[in-house]
Ligand binder design. Structure first.
Ligand SMILES: Cc1cc2nc3c(=O)[nH]c(=O)nc-3n(C[C@H](O)[C@H](O)[C@H](O)COP(=O)(O)OP(=O)(O)OC[C@H]3O[C@@H](n4cnc5c(N)ncnc54)[C@H](O)[C@@H]3O)c2cc1C
Length: 460
């Protein structure tokens, strides 16, 4: 019998397994796909990873290309170069000031805000923000609930620059630039980015860390259910019927899936089931893959967007569950002839569903958008794949096709991610733990949720 089973070999499952094994636990990691890494597969390099977790596990990082923002009117802004907008430097300087305080909160377990909880962890979190000083604290409290379009307009005037800064922060939210609290998403993203590292081949590095620590990794091993006796976890059963025993299971496959699909409903109280049911997981991501020859690309990483209004109109399409009626904003990665394009205008709950006709229409809309900044690309490209939210759900086990296992929203972050009761990695079912992007501190490839979950188990 092993000490603990980790379900899911995404980067959080790998981080958790390596951390537990390094603390002397015997660990089996079960991944349903043929390779580990989870949705890291789909990311471009340059996504950020917690420096704290990276240091603990020996993950190395190197600089990656900064994106070039391209508008359909021909304007360009190199986000890695000197930014000409006079308001930008002051805005960036303010983020530099608040980033350490915010990041320290993300590196720690979320404070318990239930009425029965000790008050000190919450007070400590409040104190970290208070320590920023009156001016910066007030700016943080004022900006976070606001619309990101309004907030950036206070600081800068370049429409393309504003759109290029806010676009990635809106990923995984259900918000446009004019939605209240969209500023909070940008503050958090930018604060983390400044303190994180940018690893290449993250899954390869994490797999090596697991193996060095003695984790037994099984791929092609889909967990069909988490077993329990007398209300306590006793192991798992795989889809092929194999049973594996362990007194503890850490699930890194999403709280909704774990509590509603992998557990016997009789083990889950009505209250816990309700908390899982109401987690919002409306995915909006599609990825188009191309093989392209004979195109002179303007850069290796492109952000194709016109201005904040363009992003708002694209969000209208998502909100009304329809195919793009405006050329969708895009993110493009060019690696030789292999081109990957992320489009966040693909609602999981598309009216009529993701039929072949809908897939063809989305592909056409992505080409229309790309042609405006890279003419000739349609004729030079062969489509090698398209993943819609429906495919992400089926192939990666993502509830709602949502790559962060839960929308990023103020009521689904920190001590409320995924719910007040489940935010500190343990669950009401003894022996069952949660450790994926669906728990604090949430999405991104930070590795923090897996790391903090493992530390909670070690300290239990
Ligand atoms: C293109 C793209 C862009 C992104 N951009 C951003 C961004 O800008 N900001 C941000 O915050 N986040 C972003 N993300 C999200 C971020 O990458 C994810 O939140 C994170 O990688 C999820 O990691 P994870 O380990 O928690 O879960 P996952 O990577 O989902 O791993 C879960 C693993 O569990 C496996 N699994 C599922 N069910 C079972 C089962 N029953 N048995 C065994 N194994 C199972 C799956 O196959 C998968 O490998 C983006 C994601 C994508 C795809």
């Amino acid at each position: 019998m092993v000490d603990i089973i980790v379900i899911g070999g995404g980067h959080n499952g790998l981080v958790a397994a390596a951390t537990l094994a390094r603390a002397g636990r015997s660990v089996v990691l079960l991944e349903q796909r043929d390779a580990v890494g989870g949705v890291c597969d789909l990311l471009f390099d340059g996504a950020t990873f917690s420096a704290t977790v990276g240091k603990a596990l020996g993950v190395t990082a190197d600089p990656s290309p900064a994106p070039l923002a391209l508008a359909s009117n021909g304007r360009r802004v190199d986000l890695g170069g000197v930014i000409a907008d006079p308001g930008y430097a002051g805005w960036r300087a303010w983020l530099d000031t608040v980033a350490p305080a915010l990041s320290s909160q993300l590196d720690a377990p979320a404070p318990d805000i239930r009425s029965t909880a000790p008050v000190w962890p919450l007070a400590r979190a409040g104190l970290a923000v208070r320590k920023l000083g009156k001016k910066d604290m007030m700016e943080l409290l004022r900006s976070a609930p606001s619309c990101v379009d309004d907030w950036l307009t206070e600081h800068m005037s370049d429409l393309l620059l504003k759109a290029a800064l806010m676009a990635p922060a809106l990923h995984g939210t259900w918000m446009g630039p004019r939605s209240p609290t969209s500023s909070a998403a940008l503050v958090l993203r930018e604060a983390c980015r400044q303190l994180d590292v940018r690893p290449r081949a993250l899954a390869v590095q994490l797999r090596a860390a697991c193996e060095a620590a003695g984790v037994k990794i099984q791929t092609g091993a889909r967990v069909a259910r988490i077993r329990a006796e007398d209300g306590r976890v006793t192991g798992v059963e795989l889809a092929d019927g194999t049973a594996i025993d362990a007194p503890a299971v850490l699930s890194a496959v999403g709280p909704k899936t774990t509590l509603l699909d992998l557990l016997d409903p009789r083990l889950v109280s009505g209250k816990t089931a309700h908390q899982a049911e109401v987690i919002r997981v409306r995915g909006t991501l599609a990825q188009l893959r191309l093989d392209v020859a004979g195109i002179d690309w303007p850069g290796e990483r492109l952000r194709v967007v016109d201005d904040p209004l363009h992003l708002e109109r694209a969000f209208d399409d998502v909100k009304f569950r329809r195919l793009p009626t405006v050329p969708p904003p895009l993110e493009v990665s060019v690696e030789g002839s292999a081109v990957r394009i992320n489009c966040w205008s693909a609602p999981a709950e598309l009216d009529g569903g993701w039929t072949e006709a809908a897939r063809a229409a989305l592909t056409g809309a992505i080409f229309d958008s790309l042609e405006r900044v890279v003419p000739g690309v349609r004729d030079a490209a062969t489509v090698t794949g398209l993943l819609t939210p429906a495919d992400l759900q089926e192939q990666y086990g993502l509830a709602g096709g949502h790559p962060m296992h839960g929308e990023l929203a103020l009521d689904q972050l920190g001590p409320m991610r995924p719910s007040m009761q489940l935010a500190r990695y343990s669950t009401p079912i003894p022996g069952l733990w949660l450790g994926c992007s669906g728990v604090h501190p949430g999405g991104g490839i930070s590795g923090r949720p897996g790391f903090l979950a493992a530390r909670a188990i070690i300290g239990s």
